[in-house]
Design a protein around this ligand. Structure first.
Ligand code: NAD
Length: 274
């Protein structure tokens, strides 16, 4: 089938849906300027995940050589500060508005689905803009620019850093005054809200798998669970991914273009029926 036919088929399926779920990976935010980690040229070609993506490895690296990861952190801050929702995020919001999409399950930590306007967003890898206390139950959501400008301001006041300087960059717990950390899931840590995500996948009528390679588990189970429970599966990804065997429709385009075109056709189908 041609890409036009795949888009037409995706739109026909979605136009009949009332309980769709989108399972999204880093690819949906690539057009917001946040590069994926695993693709060619991605972060993991430059930074060793064992030094930066596990909490033990990160703490050990920062204690051994506090300057080593600063360029990486600066790059992350700049990238996340500039990022805004792109047409794919807004397309998901429109699908929710039309009563087609119920839930977004995202592996992303960038807050862009909520900023685009989706209301039921399950952040299985947490959020980079929620800080949680390491000592008590306290946590707080910050606005993207508030948190980043606060951290950048503190960074610009110093030329070099010790481990404790880096810890001091984070806001203090407003409950007990202890140290906080971003509420993101590092390698080896417990993924969040998986029972609710699996339930959404098992109950949905359509599963949209957007910008996800399907190699990060347990999130990668979602399209398979949905398919097993009888849902149609629509995959949007310009590159090969793990969902080929379960996809009813495969749109090999970037998320922004694909989702914009799909939602435009859904609207035409829905309007024709009125
Ligand atoms: P991943 O394994 O889901 O791979 C990214 C996928 O996106 C690939 O399959 C790639 O083909 C696809 N892709 C690339 N550009 C695309 C585009 N424009 N449109 C649609 N698809 C596109 O994710 P990863 O990069 O290996 O990251 C692993 C984990 O790291 C994620 O699960 C997430 O928790 C975290 N992460 C988050 C962000 C974010 O918050 N935006 C960014 C990078 C990584």
């Amino acid at each position: 089938m041609s890409i036009d036919q795949e888009i037409e088929k995706a739109a026909q399926i979605l136009a009949k849906a009332s309980n769709a779920v989108a399972s999204c990976g880093a690819g949906i935010s690539a057009e917001s300027g946040i590069p994926t980690f695993r693709d060619p040229g991605g972060v993991w070609e430059r930074v060793d995940p064992s030094e930066a993506a596990t909490s033990e490895g990160l703490i050990a690296t920062l204690k051994r050589d506090p300057q080593k990861l600063l360029p990486f952190f600066m790059e992350l801050l700049e990238t996340f500060e500039r990022a805004e929702p792109n047409p794919a995020h807004y397309a998901l919001k429109e699908l929710e508005h039309m009563g087609i999409l119920k839930t977004v399950v995202t592996q992303n930590i960038d807050n862009l689905h909520l900023e685009a306007g989706n209301t039921d967003v399950i952040e299985v890898h947490g959020s980079g803009f929620r800080m949680r206390c390491l000592s008590c139950e306290w946590s707080k959501n910050y606005s993207r620019r508030e948190l980043i400008s606060r951290i950048k301001q503190k960074m610009s006041d110093a030329d070099s850093f010790t481990f404790s300087d880096i810890v001091e960059l984070m806001p203090k717990c407003e409950g007990c005054g202890a140290v906080t950390r971003p509420d993101v899931v590092m390698f080896g840590e417990q993924v969040k809200d998986i029972p609710r995500s699996f339930e959404a996948a098992r109950k949905c009528d359509v599963m949209l798998a957007i910008g996800t390679s399907g190699v990060v588990y347990p999130a990668a189970y979602l399209p398979f669970q949905a398919k097993d429970a009888g849902a149609r599966v629509i995959v949007v990804n310009p590159n090969e991914n793990a969902f080929q065997s379960v996809s009813d429709v495969y749109v090999p385009l970037k998320a922004g273009e694909a989702m914009e075109r799909i939602v435009k056709e859904v609207k035409e189908i829905v309007l024709d029926k009125k």
